[in-house]
Structure formats: C-alpha cells, structure tokens
Design a protein around this ligand. Structure first.
Ligand code: SF4
Ligand code: F3S
Ligand code: FES
Length: 246
C-alpha cells in the first residue's frame, strides 16, 4: 500500500463538456465522471486520473503544472481558473467544466489561446521598441528606478492564460477587443523607460473601442486573474492617459 492509498478521499463528480469540432458527427454534451479525490488533489491531477483510468479520449491542456505556462485555464462552475492551481477540496461535490469561451475550440476543454495571443501581440507590437535598430546593449541593461522595475515586473508576470478574456463581457461582444491582457501589455511597455514609443503611438494602437475605450470597467478580469496582476489600476491609468491624447 502506498501513502496515497491512506489519504482520506471524497467522491466527486465532474461534468465535462465533450465536443470535437473536427468531427461532423460530434455534438456538444456534458459527460459525467465520478472519482475518489484525495485532500491535496488538484483539478489537473483529477483530469489526468480520469484520462488514465476512465477515458483516454478526454482533451485538455497542460505543460508546467505550476501556474506558469497558462495552458490549463478552463471554466470551472462558470469561472475561469487554472486547473493546476485549483484544489478539488475547494470545489463542491459536483462541478461542471467547460472550455474557455471566445477562443478557438480544439476539443473538449482544450482551446487555442496561443493563436489569439499571437494575433494580439502582433497587433499591439508587444515588444521593446528601442531607439536604434542595433541598440547599445549597455544602455538596454541600464539601471532603472526600483519602483519602475517593480511595476514592470508585476505586469511581466502575465502568463497569457486567457482567463481575463473569458471573464470579460466586452470581449464576448467584440471579437477585436484586445482585453485586459492586451491593455496590460501596453501598460507594461508604457512604463518602460527603454521603450521609445510616445503616448501618440500608443493611442494609435489602443485609442478606440477595440482598445482602452471599449473597456467598460467591468473588472471581472481583475477578479479572475490567477497571477493577481494590478489590472484595475493599470487599465484606469491607461484610460486617463489616452483620453488626454484624444
Ligand atoms: Fe491571465 Fe492575468 Fe495575463 Fe489575463 S492578465 S492573460 S488573466 S495572467
Ligand atoms: Fe473587460 Fe476588465 Fe475592462 S473585464 S470591460 S477588460 S475592466
Ligand atoms: Fe501550466 Fe497550469 S499547467 S499553468
């Protein structure tokens, strides 16, 4: 008998949305799975156990298992969460899992957030715009004020999980909305003294309803972000700055 077998276990039911958009005969349906969950079991471990022991066809994504890669986000009882950071102990005896809305569905709980994130990143040019095509690397590594470095670090913790998009009412209505993740990235580069873009340049990128003026301050993004990014503060700050440019 191994140590796992001695842990107290609770019987839980997971109702999982099953659908394969590549298969014309597939129709979306909820499929129920029962399992015995131990105290420290995460939703990610539970899904793996289901796939190994009950249904090898179940699709879901994961890479890091540690809340770093952002690939295991899904709707858990209607709220976007990371499966690898969600304890079964914190869920009721019966839960419903569905894929993140808005993103292209690959199958079951697996969605293509990467495609959307890449499009957003290219559109907003979410990389450092240094003054020279061949910048002086000593200047790039220049020291910056600790408060600025800390604020940039905070925004750089985004793992592009898509939870903020899945929770946002505007994103559900406007496919071109860049969402809190996009606005957060602009806020990050605007903070960076090494980036030479000015507010006029940022206005070109986000100064309309697909950007900062489409945000209705619903703040679900702030509530669900698994990395607790200061989205509320940064979006409000960006909106004030962009309103001055407009
Ligand atoms: Fe995920 Fe937060 Fe980044 Fe949105 S801002 S993609 S919720 S980590
Ligand atoms: Fe959406 Fe967040 Fe704005 S939820 S509307 S991006 S404050
Ligand atoms: Fe990487 Fe969950 S598996 S964040």
């Amino acid at each position: 008998m191994n140590a796992e077998d001695t842990l107290p276990r609770r019987r839980v039911t997971l109702n999982i949305l099953r659908y394969n958009p590549q298969d014309a005969s597939s129709a979306p349906r909820l499929q129920s799975y029962a399992l015995e969950a131990s105290d420290g079991m995460t939703l990610f471990i539970a899904l793996n156990e289901l796939r190994e022991q009950q249904d090898p066809t179940l699709q879901f994504d994961f890479v890091c298992r540690a809340g770093i890669c952002g690939s295991c986000a899904m709707m858990v009882n209607g709220r976007p969460r990371l499966a690898c950071r969600t304890l079964i102990a914190d869920l009721p005896d019966e839960s419903t899992l569905t894929p993140l809305p808005f993103f292209e569905l690959i199958g079951d709980l697996s969605v293509n957030t990467g495609k959307w994130m890449r499009g957003m990143s290219e559109r907003l040019e979410t990389w450092l715009h240094a003054r020279d095509a061949q910048p002086d690397l000593r200047r790039i590594e220049e020291r910056m004020a600790p408060d600025t470095a800390e604020a940039i670090y905070e925004m750089d913790r985004c793992i592009e999980c898509g939870c903020c998009i899945a929770a946002c009412g505007t994103a559900q209505m406007r496919p071109d909305f860049v969402g809190a993740v996009g606005l957060g990235k602009i806020a990050r580069f605007r903070l960076d003294p090494r980036d030479t873009r000015m507010d006029d340049d940022y206005y070109e990128l986000i100064g309309d309803d697909s950007g900062v003026f489409g945000c209705m301050s619903l703040l679900a993004c702030h509530d669900v972000c698994p990395k607790s990014l200061p989205l509320k503060t940064q979006i409000a700050f960006l909106r004030r700055k962009m309103a001055l440019v407009g």
